[in-house]
Design a protein around this ligand. Sequence first.
Ligand SMILES: *Cc1c(COP(=O)(O)O)cnc(C)c1O
Length: 235
Amino acid sequence: MSIPTRYHLVLDRIARAARRAGRRPEAVQLVVVTKGHPLEAVRQVVEAGARHLGENYLEEALPKIEALGDEPLIWHMIGHVQSRKARPVAEHFAWVHSVDRLKLARRLSAFAAESGRTLPVLLECNVSGEESKFGWPAWDERAWPALADELAPLLELPALDVRGLMTMAPFVDDPEEVRPVFRRLRSLRDFLARRFPRLPWEHLSMGMSGDFEVAIEEGATFVRVGTAIMGPRRG
Ligand SMILES: *Cc1c(COP(=O)(O)O)cnc(C)c1O
């Protein structure tokens, strides 16, 4: 199957999952994850209509962002960001899904301000407790009040626009197994929305190739899909 065919199949599956959950398909934004794929493959999915693209690594993303500079693309940083790379990330990406510590948030805010913009970001949360994952530790609900206190200064940063939460679920064979993880991210979002009602908290970035339909049923507004559209990664 070609990239455009798989792209349209995934869009159909997104729309069906949304309707099943009583949601509008437009309420779910597909971010096509292009990491590990060459520029030519990225061009194919852009020609098929993709506008929101996700990358994990700055060095890999920059040449693609530059080469596709004439396209109306919205680039999402979804991978772990080292603090010393905060400047180019703040300059070249429209969204950052992976804000996982205050130091990074401060730097992103400072560099976004220098570029005269406000950067929309999501807070990456570890709601599964898996050790390998980045993200604010949030698997234990009893720790949420303390987490909220820790997040308070971040929410005040002048050039960051905190719009919601992101998580990566563990890899499992049966996506039903990760439904509780997605549900916990949504509960955490609801908790933070009660605690900080001034902010919109409208986004939940959750769901990848293996589990995006379950994530949509649990409220995902961004799904980050790579393999199911682009095929196996090379790089
Ligand atoms: C690679 C990656 C994805 C896409 O994963 P697939 O299983 O290929 O769909 C989504 N989110 C993050 C954070 C990733 O690193």
